[in-house]
Design a protein around this ligand. Structure first.
Ligand code: SAM
Length: 270
């Protein structure tokens, strides 16, 4: 695995070689997408935009956990098919997400690119979403990425960015990892994404959801945390012994050794 900076390590892990780590991560992180699927009346929200020939752009599609959660929890049966374009710099992710789509989501274009490099002629989407997707966008490129997100929406279209806030596990953990184990470019927070979207001219309505995930299984915790840092080389024992990170992990652990992680996700509706 690469030992490079955040964006480079993200890309290296979203690969066939990273599949085991990805599956370990989703033992806990599947809950992130169930929470998003339950946070809105998706049949109504999408039904308002639905029409013959409508289109959707999934930004940073990853392995398709969000559309999979919608298909499982949101009751989308009555919607007309939507042409579903998959954007991700990882061809592995695009192929994984394509594999989970089912009606009304009908895969159309594979866009193997970062959001900030999305060509300007990719526009007029009725729906554009990015769910737990923009953490590894380098801070210096966030304004460009937000501008491309906003420009991809058709007039009156629906945009959604769902991202953890600065007080949520993913952000607090990675800051502690950077301080105690290895410095790197920080993850982008929901607050930074919101501000960048506003600078790009979007009107943003914010909704927040809070929830917890956890387990007493140390192997599951180790796999989850290694993926949170895109670093498989640091064991759970080493993380617990590290300065700063050890203190944060102790605050997530009870007397029996069981872990609970606290999450807050912002849903940024455009
Ligand atoms: C946690 S996954 C997203 C999960 C996904 N939304 C889902 O429903 O499963 C993060 C994805 O962001 C992608 N990514 C990283 N940097 C990116 C960038 N600058 N632009 C677009 N995608 C990016 C990664 O390759 C990875 O596939």
């Amino acid at each position: 695995m690469s030992t490079g900076d955040t964006a480079e390590r993200s890309l290296a892990h979203w690969s066939e070689a990273g599949r085991t780590g990805m599956e370990a991560f989703y033992a806990l992180a599947a809950e992130d997408y169930r929470q998003l699927a339950l946070a809105a009346d998706w049949a109504a929200v999408l039904g308002d935009r639905a029409h013959e020939g409508w289109s959707l752009l999934d930004v940073a599609c990853g392995s398709g956990k969000f559309p999979a959660a919608l298909l499982r929890h949101a009751g989308l049966d009555g919607l007309p098919d939507v042409a579903y374009d998959l954007l991700d710099p990882s061809a592995f992710s695009v192929a994984e997400a394509r594999g989970v789509l089912a009606p009304p989501f009908v895969a159309r274009h594979d866009l193997v690119t970062t959001l900030q490099d999305l060509p300007a002629d990719r526009a007029d989407y009725d729906v554009v979403w990015a769910t737990h997707a923009l953490y590894a966008v380098p801070p210096a490129e966030l304004d460009a990425a937000a501008a491309r997100f906003v420009a991809a929406l058709a007039p009156g279209g629906l945009g959604l960015v769902a991202q953890a806030t600065s007080t949520s596990h993913y952000l607090v953990f990675y800051d502690a990892f950077r301080a105690g184990v290895r410095d790197a470019t920080p993850y982008t927070t929901a607050e930074q994404v919101r501000d960048a979207l506003v600078r790009a001219g979007a009107e943003v309505r914010e909704q927040r959801v809070t929830y917890q995930t956890g387990t007493a299984d140390r192997a599951v915790v180790e796999g989850f945390l290694q993926r949170c840092a895109f670093d498989d080389s640091v064991s759970l024992d080493a993380m617990e012994a590290a300065p700063v990170l050890g203190d944060y992990l102790a605050s997530c652990r009870d007397a029996s050794g069981s872990y609970t992680f606290s999450h807050e996700a912002a849903l940024l509706w455009l």
